[in-house]
Design a protein around this ligand. Sequence first.
Ligand code: 13P
Length: 332
Amino acid sequence: MVNYKDLGLVNTREMFKRAVAGGYDIPAFNFNTMEQMQAIVMAAVETKSPVIMQVSKGARNYANATILRYMAEGAVAYAKELGCAHPEIVLHLDHGDSFELCKDCIDMGFSSVMIDGSHLPYEENVALAKKVVEYAHQFDVTVEAELGVLAGVEDEVSAAESHYTKPEEVIDFATRTGCDSLAISIGTSHGAHKFTPEQCTLVNGVLVPPPLAFDILHEIEKKLPGFPIVLHGSSSVPMDEVNTINQFGGKLEAAIGIPEEQLREASKSAVCKINIDSDSRLAMTAAIRKHLAEHPGDFDPRQYLKPARENMKKMYIHKIVNVLGSDGKLAQ
Ligand code: 13P
């Protein structure tokens, strides 16, 4: 049993309280590789931001559970080495699909877990989330649960259609499960293809997707004042990265994300955690494709992973400063 406090990690409780009160969001960036982890830590330190480093079940299988625990410990030490005396780094399980997986992560040093029972019938979702909360809270690990279904594909999580969160269920769900934060469905979705071109309107040559369901978000806020709300599927799918990928041999068609203005608007509400994975994948892939196309003789991974890391760091800093507003928000 490894307690996250011994690794120098923190849970989400205090940072969420401050984010809700301050009208900004904590970034939750997914990672699988050392370069992603380094870029996240560099960006968080440079901007003096709290940060959630999250791994899905697939990422955990890819990176290895034991290595991840040391990567998280390394992330804290690295942040201090970069000059941040008191980093606030959360290691979070994204989309845990069973009690056993959540328990395993808690036992291996995670400071926060998500139990995603959103695809289950309501009462089963409640029972599963409650069981995870009861276990996690013994170790002061925070728990995110989900109501409503997001469309899209993310590792092993996929759904063809989204179902918006029903505001009339949130009080009962939060009270009975005891969860610390709630992921909701208001029109975001996982992946780089969040909308079809047919769902969008063409404005000045740009496809603009339909707005998020802010009316549902506000109704939820009214029912659960100050309760931390989480938005999954919040990549913006920047067109410059998509264009670079396509210019250098890729084939990403009709990639459409959530406009950043919508995320900025959401961050002023009780939404206090924004999940971003696809934008990091795009930034990494664009830089690698460009580098290899321009330097066809290179074969040392450091030659193309260094610009990839730089590009991800630039993207993380942009999100923190210009979209989420968590820069300068460390407690000390
Ligand atoms: P994106 O695919 O929009 O980056 O969403 C990631 C996510 O929600 C992880 O849980």
